[in-house]
Design a protein around this ligand. Sequence first.
Ligand SMILES: *Cc1c(COP(=O)(O)O)cnc(C)c1O
Length: 400
Amino acid sequence: MIWYPYAQMKTLEPPIKIRSARGVHLYTEDGLDLIDSISSWWCVIHGYNHPEINQAITEQLGKFAHVMLGGLTHEPVQKLSEKLAAWLPGDLDYCFFSDSGSVAVEVALKMAQQFNFNRGSDRNVILALEHAYHGDTFKAMEVGDDEDYHFAFGNANEKKRGVVHIPTEISALEDAFERYGRQLSCFIVEPLLQGAGGMRMYHVSFLERARTLCDENDVLLIFDEVATGFGRTGNRFVADLVLPDILVLGKALTGGYIGHAVTVANQRVWDGFWSDDPTHALMHGPTFMGNALACAAALKSIELFERGNYLEKIRRIEEITKREMSGFTSLEIKEVRIMGGCVCVEVHDSQTLQGFRRFAMERGVLSRPFLKYMYAMVPYIIEERELVQVLETMKAWFCR
Ligand SMILES: *Cc1c(COP(=O)(O)O)cnc(C)c1O
C-alpha cells in the first residue's frame, strides 16, 4: 500500500496513473494527454523525457550510479560544485549537497547555528517570515509558518521558542532587529515569492533592507531558493539581486529528474568552520549526497538553462500570462498575482476551487490547486498555445 502525500488516505481520490511523459505532456493510463501546468511540484523546468538529460544520466550510469562522499569523490560532483561556484553570484562558493530541499534547509540552519557556536557566540534565535514554507522535517517546520500543512504539530509557540516570525513589511523587519538583533543567528526567507504558503509575492526592497540590517547586526541571511531558484521569479536567482550568506537550492536543480539539493555557503560562513579544532566541523552527511546521476543531470540542466536563453523564455511566459490575465476578474477572486513563471489566482473561499482539478483535466490540463490558491508554474519549454490553453482553462472555471 502506498501512503500518498498531504492526504487523508480514507477519502483520497484515486491518483492519476501516468504511463509516459514528454515535453510538457503527461500521458495517462486512461489515454488522456495532460499539459502539466505545475511542473511536478515546480521542478521539471525542461519538460519530461529530455533527450540530453536522459543521455547525460545514461552515460554516467555506464560508469557508476552512486558512491558515497565519505572519503570518496568523483568527477560529476566536482564539476557541479565548480560550476555552481562560478555560476552563482558573489562568493557563494562552498557546496554542501543533500537529497532534498528540506534536508538542505536543515543544513543551512545548522550552519548558521554552529557558525555562532564555533565563534563562542550564544546567538540562537532564528528570524523567519509569516506564511513561510521551508519543508516538512522538524526544524524546517519550526521556521515555517503554515498551520495548513503542519496542523498536527501546530500551536507550537512552545516548541518554536527559538523562532520569531514577521510579515514581509519593512517596519516589522526593523522592529524585529531592534528587539532581537543581538540574539539572532540568522534570518531565513523564501525571497520575493513564498510558494507553498500561498504564492505570496513581495518587493525586493524588503530584502535589501534585510541585507543591511543583517550586516549591521552580524546576522546571517539565508535564502531558501528551493522553489524560486533557476528562474521561477524571472530572475536567475533572487540572489542575483540581493546576496545572501547561505543559499539553498533544490527542486529544479536536476531539472526535476532526481531528488537533490545543495546548501551553498559564502566565504565567511566557510571560514567559520575552518579550524584545527575537530568540534568545529559540520557534522552532517546524507547517504546520497552528491549522487553521481543527480550531479550529471544537474550539470546538463544548467547547461540547457544557459544555452537555451531561459531567462528570455521566462520573460515570454510572464508577458503572455500578463496579456491573457489582463483585466480578468470575478467576484470570487481576491487577487491575481504574476511573477516570472508563476501565476496565482487567489479566491476568497477555498470552496470555490472544489472540482477545478477535474474540470481542468477534461480540458487537457493537470492542475493541483490548494486551499485558496489556483496557480500555474509551467515548464519553461512550454509553447505559447499550450500556455494559453492552461490560462484559458483557469479563466473558464470562473465563467462556467
Ligand atoms: C519544496 C520546498 C522545500 C522542501 O523541499 P523538499 O525537496 O520537498 O524537501 C523547501 N523550501 C521551499 C521554499 C520549497 O518550496
